[in-house]
Write a protein that binds this ligand. Structure first.
Ligand SMILES: Nc1ncnc2c1ncn2[C@@H]1O[C@H](COP(=O)(O)OP(=O)(O)OP(=O)(O)O)[C@@H](O)[C@H]1O
Ligand SMILES: [Mg+2]
Length: 306
C-alpha cells in the first residue's frame, strides 16, 4: 500500500461546531488513532491475513513514531516508510458527529512522497499495489502512471482510492491515470465530482470507460461496481445488522476487504460482499482500525446474510 500515514485526532460528542472569537467549547471525548487512508487499508489487509507492507512518508517526530509503532503492532511491514527530513508527520483532526464528519488535515510529510523515494524491492515483492489518497500527494502524481506500469510489467495488479480532493479541482491527472489502474475505488461523492454525473451508477459507468473496474462506495447503501467492459452495474447492499458508531475509515476497510477477495480469486459479487462486511464491521468502533475484522469475523457476517 502506498500513500498517506498520519494519526487522526477524533473529537466526538458535545458541540462540535468550532466558534471563533476565542470561544472555548467542550466535547465529550478525544482519541488519537491510526489514520491516513493508506495506513488504514494496510492495517485492514494485515488483519484479514494478507502479508502487507506500507510505503509512506512520515516525519521524525512523536506522531511518526506513533504511526510506525501502531502499524508494526498490527503486522504491517514498514520497511518502505520514509522519514522525510525537516517535515512533520501529517495529522488530521476529525470532528465526528453521528451522521457526518468534518476533517481538517495538515499534510506534512504525506505530500513529500515521490516515485523516486519508493523502495522498488518492497514494491515489486508484492502481488498487488494499492495507492490511497491520490490528491494529497502532488509529488507522487506526475510519475505514478510510470510506477504503475513498472508494477504491471512485473506482474502486479493495482488499485487506487482517490479520497477527497481538498483543492476542489477534481482531476490532477487522475482520469488519465485510470488506463494504468486495474481497480478504482472512489466513494459516490468523489465519483460524482470526478465526472460531473448526478448519481453513482452514471459516474461509475463514465469512469469505467478507462477500462478499469470501478467500485463505488455508498456508505450505508453499500457499493456498486462497473466492469471496464461497460457491462451492467453489480449492486451490493451493505449489511443492515451492524450498528454503526463511527464510519471514519470504513471506506479503507472496504478497500482492504475488496482487494482480499480479488486476490483470493473470488467472483466480483463475493468480493463486494466481503468488502461491505469489512466496511460495516469497521463502523462498530471509533476510528479506522479499532474494529477491523479478521477474515473469520467477516466470513461469519457473510454466512449470516446468506
Ligand atoms: N452505516 C453503515 N452501515 C453499514 N455499512 C456501512 C455504513 N457506513 C459505511 N459502511 C460500509 O463501508 C463502506 C465504505 O463507506 P463509505 O461510503 O463511507 O466510504 P468512504 O467515504 O470512502 O470512507 P472513508 O472515510 O474511509 O474514506 C460502504 O460501502 C459500506 O460497505
Ligand atoms: Mg474514502
Amino acid at each position: 500500500v502506498i500513500g498517506d500515514c498520519n494519526p487522526d485526532l477524533i473529537l466526538r460528542g458535545g458541540d462540535l461546531e468550532p466558534a471563533f472569537g476565542q470561544a472555548e467549547r467542550l466535547v465529550d471525548g478525544a482519541d488519537l488513532v491510526v489514520g491516513g487512508s493508506a495506513a488504514i487499508v494496510a492495517c485492514g489487509a494485515a488483519r484479514l491475513g494478507l502479508r502487507t507492507a506500507l510505503i509512506a512518508g512520515v516525519g521524525d517526530d512523536t506522531f511518526g513514531r506513533f504511526m510506525l509503532d501502531e502499524l508494526a503492532a498490527r503486522g504491517v511491514d514498514t520497511r518502505g516508510c520514509i522519514t522525510v527530513p525537516g517535515m512533520p508527520t501529517g495529522v488530521s483532526v476529525v470532528l465526528a458527529r453521528e451522521d457526518d464528519r468534518a476533517i481538517l488535515t495538515a499534510r506534512g510529510a504525506i505530500g513529500s512522497l515521490s516515485a523516486g523515494l519508493i523502495d522498488r524491492a518492497v514494491l515489486l515483492s508484492a502481488r498487488h499495489v494499492h495507492v490511497a489518497s491520490y490528491f494529497l500527494q502532488p509529488q507522487l502524481q506526475p510519475k505514478l502512471a510510470g510506477l504503475l506500469r513498472e508494477a504491471r510489467a512485473a506482474g502486479l495488479t493495482s488499485s487506487v482510492d482517490p479520497n477527497w480532493d481538498p483543492s476542489g479541482a477534481w482531476d490532477s491527472g487522475l482520469r488519465a491515470l485510470l488506463t494504468d489502474v486495474d481497480v478504482f475505488l472512489p466513494n459516490e461523492g468523489e465519483a460524482m465530482r470526478l465526472t460531473g454525473e448526478p448519481e453513482a451508477a452514471a459516474a461509475a459507468r463514465a469512469l469505467s470507460m478507462s477500462g478499469a473496474l470501478i467500485v463505488c462506495k455508498r456508505g450505508p447503501h453499500g457499493a456498486l461496481a462497473v466492469r471496464g467492459d461497460g457491462s451492467a452495474p453489480v449492486v451490493a447492499p451493505a449489511p443492515v445488522t451492524v450498528h454503526a458508531v463511527d464510519a471514519t475509515g470504513a471506506g479503507d476497510c472496504f478497500d482492504a476487504g475488496f482487494l482480499a477477495g480479488q486476490l483470493a480469486g473470488w467472483p466480483l459479487e463475493r468480493s463486494l460482499a466481503l468488502a461491505n462486511a469489512c466496511g460495516a464491521l469497521s463502523t462498530r468502533a471509533l476510528g479506522g482500525t479499532w474494529a477491523q475484522p479478521t477474515m473469520e469475523e467477516a466470513l461469519a457476517l457473510l454466512a449470516g446474510l446468506e
